[in-house]
Design a binder for this molecule. Structure first.
Ligand code: GAL
Length: 420
């Protein structure tokens, strides 16, 4: 059985198991366990959450967190498990959801409680940036607490590998990028490391933003948008070209596998979100600037392709009062300054202590203040789960056929069907 099928079967089994287990059988002392659901299990993902749980458990000896994280980058498995649990009315006490359209899916389905009173109690309205508050507000109410801001459009590289290939510094323009990929190939390196399908969509979004700019990108997600434009065609052709510089086993690699190819000097470049900083630095013990380097994806200098992980209060949360406290804790300066330096993200709060953040994150903090914003597709900001699924299907086909015009028509159809 190939890896994808095996994963689908395993997710199905896991979801089935969770549905048949009565709530009371969730481990020892379950009556006082606060179940937190996310997809942060592996390298670059788990350390931040573990640190939060440690603080929480110390302060709440009779209400420990039950960590129900389901492995799989970008929630590729977790979201399916969650959907089944929510439709069976067996929600965890709090679950991870991306700010923006993804969160609205849950709100519109009536699966979340508004938490305006929590915002009032902790004064959270004032500590988060206004543009973020907008993304988590629906019809005047707030539904989640954001823990971070991630940046998706980062070009990671191995400085030693670049030197070996004769590449002088990281590229900033498309033409320079292609020239560097050619040099890397000549030097026997994987020019651009790539992983499983969601990372391919992640790559696509950064290429599209680079070609269309922030306003062209934002326009695509509105009703009546022109997905048929020559600019979209040009972006898709760029993407097609880029794929010729990637490893042929991409479909079977996780994002960590692809990042590791760069860390190990087997690949020159990888385009990934800044959770890779957490992975390089905390898991692989690499030093910023020497062990790994970064810059904006070529063509996206001055643009922050952003996303935010937020936590929710599902309707019917088994330990509602504790879940509300957990959300208050997540919004605190202490929680955000503990979590983010490990996770490789900047805090959602505006008042974080910058001294606690490493070299990459100091760069990101500065960029966040000056860059124009583009919302992430792959990580839930601009399009609903359903729209994302349509794009996934079209992209899956494109990766096989490399037929740009068919891909573009499928994207046009998806937009007509899904834009609201
Ligand atoms: C994103 C998520 C990040 C990180 C990444 C890789 O969707 O927002 O926190 O976990 O997936 O799994």
């Amino acid at each position: 059985m190939n890896r994808t099928r095996l994963r689908i079967v395993l997710v199905g089994l896991l979801a089935g198991l969770l549905l048949v287990l009565p709530a009371a059988s969730f481990g020892k002392g379950s009556a006082t366990q606060l179940e937190v659901f996310s997809w942060w299990t592996g390298g670059g993902e788990a350390h931040g959450l573990d640190a939060l749980i440690k603080i929480w458990n110390k302060a709440h000896p009779t209400m420990h967190v039950k960590n129900s994280a389901v492995a799989g980058g970008a929630g590729s498995n977790a979201k399916a498990v969650l959907a089944q649990r929510l439709s069976a009315h067996k929600p965890p006490d709090s679950f991870q959801g991306h700010a923006g359209a993804e969160l609205q899916d849950y709100i519109k389905a009536g699966q979340l409680e508004a938490i305006d009173s929590l915002y009032k109690k902790y004064g959270l309205n004032k500590v988060f940036p206004q543009q973020l508050i907008q993304q988590i507000t629906y019809k005047g109410h707030l539904y989640s607490v954001p823990v971070n801001i991630h940046r998706a459009n980062v070009l990671w590289y191995n400085p030693a590998a670049l030197r070996k290939a004769g590449i002088k510094g990281a590229p900033t323009t498309w033409a320079a990028f292609i020239a560097d990929l050619k040099l890397a190939k000549k030097a026997g390196l994987i020019p651009l490391a790539l992983g499983e399908q969601w990372t391919q969509k992640h790559l696509l979004e950064t290429v599209m933003i680079g070609k269309l700019g922030t306003s062209g990108w934002a326009a695509l997600w509105k009703k009546g948008a022109n997905w048929n434009s020559a600019n979209v065609t040009a972006a898709l052709n760029r993407y097609k070209e880029l794929l010729t510089y990637t490893n042929s086993d991409a479909a079977s690699l996780t994002w960590q596998d692809a990042s590791k190819l760069v860390a190990d000097g087997k690949a020159a470049f990888n385009i990934m979100g800044d959770w890779a900083d957490g992975y390089f630095r905390v898991d692989l013990k690499k030093k910023p600037n020497t062990g790994y380097g970064w810059t904006a994806v070529p063509g996206t200098g001055g643009v922050y392709d952003w996303l935010s992980d937020s936590f929710t209060l599902p309707k019917g949360a088994p330990h509602r009062a504790a879940a509300v406290q957990w959300l208050g804790f997540l919004g605190s300066k202490k929680a955000q300054d503990t979590f983010n330096p490990l996770k490789g993200s900047i805090p959602a709060r505006k008042d974080a202590n910058a001294k606690l953040y490493g070299t990459y994150l100091k760069w990101a903090l500065a960029q966040w203040k000056s860059d124009k914003l583009a919302g992430s597709l792959t990580h839930g900001v601009v399009a609903s789960n359903a729209w994302n699924t349509d794009i996934d299907t079209a992209l899956g086909l494109f990766v096989q056929t490399k037929n740009v015009s068919r891909f573009q028509s499928a994207l046009v159809t998806a937009a007509k069907k899904r834009a609201t």
